[in-house]
Design a protein around this ligand. Structure first.
Ligand code: NDP
Length: 312
């Protein structure tokens, strides 16, 4: 397939992008997939994936993504390192700038996922690599037998806190309300850990450096008018959600109020015909590996039918 010029360019290599690729290739539509900044997407920075159907014992995130990649490659998807830098959405055809080249294709599938959010406190950037992280699986090891803080009240925060509780001495989970958003089972798992403490109705107001600029603690503001407190920690994990990755589209496609790509009801077509979106970049609600894969399948089938109907 590599000698044929691509009909579809896929941006992104998470479950959505690879599933779209598998379906396109099996439908004999030449497609080219750009892996993006984080090949394999967010599942490569998680540990055990226990809820992807077909793996009763669970599977490690990176291994699952390697399997999806191999499956796409097996059917002929051409996979390139690098990012899609720009799409001229005046089309079809669309001009796609990626990997230093410009391609002209009748259809594009956007599967660029979303990126972890930080708090954007003054001086926050200085703590990257010096105690601040958004990925317990990646960085937890560095804080073995130390005290850490996790910020957030959703499933990600609970998962990170539970994971870190097995590595660190103490984990303080900081949540801005007095009620968690995360699912009951994740709450139970976290509450069962004796070394997880909850700091309810608090947010970080300052990161505290030691003499070397490394994190030594955080100052927590109360959202209920209580006095601030300081918590000693060498690691701080931010787990407050994600932002969809759409900057390369330069505002040419319709976004919702939170920046997610808008697709037509029950479909994957974006506001521009011929550009389809799947996975977390268009999903503010479900955000699961399996739903991303599901919408990747939808995008490929819809794309194929659309190309056929248009005779492209
Ligand atoms: P969520 O949007 O579910 O939760 C974000 C959390 O961060 C909320 O508790 C929110 O507070 C808090 N928050 C947001 N902004 C700030 C801020 N500026 N300061 C302080 N706190 C803030 O995101 P998640 O990443 O946790 O989860 C996303 C999706 O992925 C969910 O659907 C979740 O179920 C799923 N998921 C599933 C997992 C699994 O099943 N294994 C693991 C991880 C995620 P508030 O509650 O007040 O809004």
């Amino acid at each position: 397939m590599s000698e044929r010029s691509p009909k579809v360019i896929i941006a992104g290599s998470g479950p959505a992008g690879y599933t779209a690729a598998i379906y396109l290739s099996r439908a004999n539509l030449p497609n080219l997939l750009f892996e993006g900044l984080q090949p394999g997407g967010q599942l490569t920075i998680t540990t055990d994936v226990e809820n992807f159907p077909g793996f009763p014992e669970g599977i490690m995130g990176p291994e699952l993504m390697e399997k999806l990649r191999a499956q796409a490659a097996r059917f002929g998807t051409v996979i390139e390192a690098g990012t899609v830098d720009a799409v001229d959405c005046q089309g079809p055809p669309f001009k796609v700038t990626a990997g230093g080249r410009t391609y002209t294709v009748p259809a594009v599938i956007v599967a660029t996922g979303s990126t972890a959010r930080y708090l954007h406190l003054p001086g926050e950037d200085a703590f990257h690599g010096k105690g601040l992280s958004a990925c317990a699986t990646c960085d937890g090891f560095f804080y073995r037998d130390q005290d850490v803080v996790v910020v957030g009240g959703g499933d990600t925060a609970l998962e990170e806190a539970t994971y870190l509780s097995g590595i660190c001495r103490k984990v303080t989970l900081v949540h801005r309300r007095d009620e968690l958003r995360g699912s009951a089972i994740m709450q139970q798992r976290a509450f069962a850990k004796p070394n997880i403490e909850l700091a309810w109705s608090r947010t970080i107001e300052a990161y505290l450096p030691d003499a070397q600029g490394m994190l030594r603690g955080v100052r927590l503001r109360s959202t209920k008018g209580e006095p601030p407190i300081e918590v000693a920690c060498t690691g701080c994990f931010i787990a407050i959600g994600h932002d969809p990755n759409t900057a390369f589209l330069a505002g040419q496609l319709q976004l919702d109020a939170n920046g997610y790509l808008v697709t037509k009801p029950d479909r994957t077509m974006t506001s521009v015909e011929g550009i389809f979106a799947c996975g977390d970049v268009q999903d503010p609600v479900w955000r699961q590996g399996v739903t991303a894969a599901g919408t990747g399948c939808m995008a490929a089938i819809e794309c194929e039918r659309w190309l056929f109907a248009k005779g492209l």
